[in-house]
Design a binder for this molecule. Structure first.
Ligand code: HEM
Length: 511
């Protein structure tokens, strides 16, 4: 008898809970409809929402870009299944509102990309939110001080020289090669040297023989594959029931172990050395020195785990992004010989002969900087980010509730004809000359995002790209392989669908 009553109670609670959920869902949906009434909607299926036409990050990027090219709209919305509408900014006014608001957070949760990345890089700067992020951003900002960045130019020169020798050998028979893997290894080499003074000539060897290099590359690929398959979003399924999940965990353990050993080693040598010995032995202050010695307002240091999380974050955030930017730069120079000549003329006027660029030299490269910026506009190396409102936010007179998803697509902004003109699909570095930029909205060009969650490594990246481009253009004439057009594809970074094939012709041997 008691058993029957208990079942009745349980059933009543379950049905009541489901009814409450349903009423809340309908109410929320109506509320969403009201708020989104006059924001252009980009999908029409009431149940599947956008998932029918969008199967990858690239599909979404293309959808957004095509829509904006046609309409010049300020924003649009889509539905993720029938569950949630997402706002897509396309215009400086909306980007300003989103990036300037304090309570806009990185999106974790079931489908949140930052949650999936956190399995690898923990609560590093890229993924964390709130107080933890605030503290670590404050502690890490000195690592990107102008004077510290200056000392890295020597590292960029070293890694670029290795790259040039490798690419020179690979193309000495006149054939084109896909530059992306070469550049990706070179930028990882840079990050390992600047991040941890880790120097190993095999990092830039072909074929990813280096165990850490192959692990980092594989983790990036696995992360991206997971993002494309919602069924793998459940950790239980991913880690226990799929080979990919097990492989991801295995590589996470490997990279963690690698970083842990380096951190331990550094702690030991810091303890053993007098400060005098330190300055004599080390060529530059690296991120690890700064992470180990940083103290917050309460005098507390970062734990070993926190240091490792930041190291992993820098290695990820700092190498594939610059690899994308440099690859598209070299491609654009190969595609536009006139621009390539102008870049070379500028560099040779400042830096004749065989000398390598210095930090002073790269600040003088005005036209080259315009070319790099045009590449960052045209190919946005980090094509997408996902945010969620922690508090209501008013934009264009509409108040969006806490929990609202904002999906940022840099390409939609950078290819909006209402912002960049009808020639936005033409490669024109002159757009960025000072005289052509005076009236530009500061939120029109945002390859490094903006506001408090902007890219902490943007000056590091610009210096590295300039050094790389200056040296490569001095040594080689670049030509695109006309039989193999490079087609950009938006993944975690913007890559080329079937590679970026270029010819590198040694200039000295060709005269
Ligand atoms: C062309 C190269 C680069 C581009 C286009 C780029 C772009 C971006 C963008 C768009 C974000 C915001 C990401 C988000 O909100 O999810 C970001 C954040 C970040 N970037 Fe970069 N990045 C580049 C290079 C670098 C480098 C070289 C480093 C490190 C040395 C770096 C470290 C970071 C970190 C740590 C964050 C998180 C910052 C925070 O939230 O406080 N990035 N980057």
């Amino acid at each position: 008898m008691y058993g029957g009553k208990a079942v009745d109670y349980v059933l009543t609670i379950v049905v009541g809970w489901l009814a409450w959920k349903l009423v809340r869902f309908i109410w929320k949906r109506e509320e969403h409809k009201r708020i989104f009434a006059d924001i252009p909607l980009l999908c029409h299926h009431w149940f599947w929402g956008i998932t029918e036409e969008v199967k990858s990050v690239n599909d979404l990027t293309m959808l957004a870009q095509r829509f904006v090219e046609k309409t010049g709209a300020k924003w649009f919305s889509t539905w993720l299944l029938f569950l949630e509408p997402a706002v897509f900014p396309c215009h400086p006014d909306i980007f300003r509102a989103v990036y300037s608001a304090i309570d806009v957070r990185k999106r974790h949760g079931w489908a949140g990309p930052y949650r999936m990345f956190a399995a690898w890089a923990g609560e590093g700067l890229l993924t964390s939110n709130g107080k933890k992020w605030e503290r670590n951003r404050r502690l890490l900002t000195p690592a990107f001080h102008f004077d510290i960045l200056k000392s890295y130019v020597n590292v960029y020169n070293t890694t670029t020289s290795i790259f040039m020798d490798k690419i020179g050998q690979a193309t000495s028979d006149g054939k084109s090669v896909d530059v992306y893997p070469y550049i990706s290894r070179a930028t990882l080499d840079t990050m390992l040297r600047c991040g941890m003074s880790y120097v190993d000539p095999s990092v830039q060897n072909d074929g990813n023989q280096h165990p850490y290099v192959s692990a980092v590359h594989r983790l990036g690929a696995l992360l991206f594959e997971r993002l494309l398959k919602p069924v793998l979003y459940w950790d239980f399924i991913y880690y226990n029931m799929t080979a990919e999940g097990k492989e991801f965990r295995k590589y996470c353990d490997k990279v963690h172990q690698f970083a842990d050993e380096i951190i331990l080693d550094r702690r030991r040598s810091i303890k053993a050395q007098t400060s005098d010995e330190c300055t004599k032995r080390k060529r530059h202050l690296d991120f690890l020195d700064i992470l180990i010695t940083a103290r917050d307002d309460a005098g507390l240091a970062l734990t070993d785990k926190e240091i490792r999380e930041e190291v992993d974050t820098f290695l990820f955030a700092g190498h594939d992004t610059t690899a994308s930017a440099i690859s598209w730069c070299l491609y654009s120079l190969g595609l536009h010989p006139g621009v390539q000549d102008a870049v070379r003329d500028e560099i040779e006027a400042i830096l004749p002969g065989d000398e390598q660029p210095t930090s002073e030299i790269i600040t003088q490269l005005q036209y080259t900087t315009c070319v790099i910026k045009e590449v960052l506009r045209f190919f946005s190396p980090v094509p997408a980010q996902s945010r969620i409102l922690a508090r209501p936010l008013t934009m264009e007179g509409k108040t969006f509730p806490a929990g609202q998803i904002i999906d940022i697509q840099q390409n939609a902004l950078h290819h909006n004809p209402a912002v960049w003109g009808d020639d936005h699909n033409e490669f024109k570095p002159e757009r960025f000359l000072p005289e052509n930029s005076v009236n530009r909205d500061p939120f029109a060009f945002l390859p490094f995002a903006a506001g408090q969650r902007n890219c902490i490594g943007q000056h590091f990246a610009m210096n590295e790209i300039k050094t790389f481009v200056a040296s490569v253009v001095k040594r080689f004439t670049l030509k695109v392989d006309r039989d193999r057009t490079a087609v950009p594809i938006a993944e975690i970074t913007t890559r080329a669908k079937d590679g970026i094939y270029l010819h590198f012709l040694e200039r000295k041997s060709s005269v």
